[in-house]
Design a protein around this ligand. Structure first.
Ligand SMILES: [Fe+2]
Length: 296
């Protein structure tokens, strides 16, 4: 097992500055303005969880997976070397920007960058939510989950399970196919959906501790006329009650509460033929804009 939890995710966007308002006022995150137009979003006492860098177009830049320790990162490097998988080592500047002590970066089969890191900076008591709320559920479960589009589901599946050490949670076959993976008790820290010739970040999920926080965020989206991509609903597999909002980063953000957790001792992998028990009506007319054509 390499990845232990989702530590951070970074995207590029021409509208990065909009997160200074959207992150705190709508989502309840803390926004910090960094160099070169970057906005860092905090969800807990960790340095940051989402980095939105200024860029010409919306796209995912990298996802950071906590391996737990320097020894574990060294062991990961050994394993990658033995298996002939190319990786880069984070520079001093990159480590400082991410707020971690060390990382290795590898590309998944679709060309998306994953960073295996240890030592994410935490300052106890430092998190200040952007509006009154309970809290985001993070800690050992990481920041939430990512859903990534991939042109080749089976190759990406082999990478996730064979290289990063994820375990399959379950599968949904509906108007799109989705395979779900966990690396800690969170039902899924990552899911894949196949899209021919396309890769990228479909959505990020963050989970809050109280259902009212979801309702308050929903109200704020309504009153500010922020477009939703899916209405409120409950997912069939992780039982999350959530809605999806289109963010200024092009990707969608699922804001949810009430998910089940996974215990490997008792968990069985199921296949479902629908995504939701109720709700989650699709309202967006287009897929999220942080997807990109695979040119290789
Ligand atoms: Fe999700």
């Amino acid at each position: 097992m390499l990845a232990r939890s989702l530590g951070y995710v970074a995207v590029a966007s021409p509208d990065a500055k909009q997160w200074l308002e959207f992150g705190p006022e709508v989502l309840g995150m803390q926004a910090v303005e960094a160099d070169a137009g970057t906005v860092l979003l905090r969800m807990d006492d960790t340095d940051h969880r989402i980095a939105v860098h200024h860029g010409e177009r919306n796209r995912m830049l990298y996802a950071g997976w906590d391996v737990g320790s320097e020894d574990a990162l060294d062991a990961a490097g050994e394993l990658l070397r033995e298996r002939g998988i190319a990786f880069e080592t984070g520079t001093d500047e990159e480590r400082a920007a991410r707020g971690v002590l060390g990382f290795l970066a590898i590309e998944d089969p679709s060309g998306l960058r994953h960073e295996l890191f240890y030592g994410q900076k935490v300052v106890p008591g430092s998190f200040q939510p952007g509006r009154p709320m309970s809290r985001f559920i993070t800690g050992p479960q990481g920041l939430g989950h990512l859903v990534l589009a991939t042109p080749d589901l089976k190759r990406s599946d082999r990478f996730l399970q064979g290289v990063l050490g994820f375990k399959k949670s379950d599968e949904i076959y509906t108007f799109i196919d989705l395979w779900f993976y966990h690396c800690n008790p969170r039902h899924h820290s990552l899911a894949l959906t196949p899209m021919p010739g396309v890769r990228g970040l479909h959505h990020v999920m963050v989970e809050v501790a109280e259902f009212d926080d979801v309702g308050i965020a929903y109200d704020l989206c309504m009153s500010r006329k922020i477009p939703l991509s899916m209405t409120l609903g409950r997912h069939v597999n992780d039982r999350m009650v959530s809605f999806y909002v289109r963010t200024p980063g092009g990707f969608d953000l699922e804001y949810g509460w009430g998910a089940v957790t996974v215990d490997d001792e008792t968990w069985t992998v199921a296949q479902y033929d629908r995504p939701s028990v109720w709700g989650h009506q699709m309202v967006a007319q287009t897929p999220p804009g942080a997807l990109e054509a695979v040119t290789t």
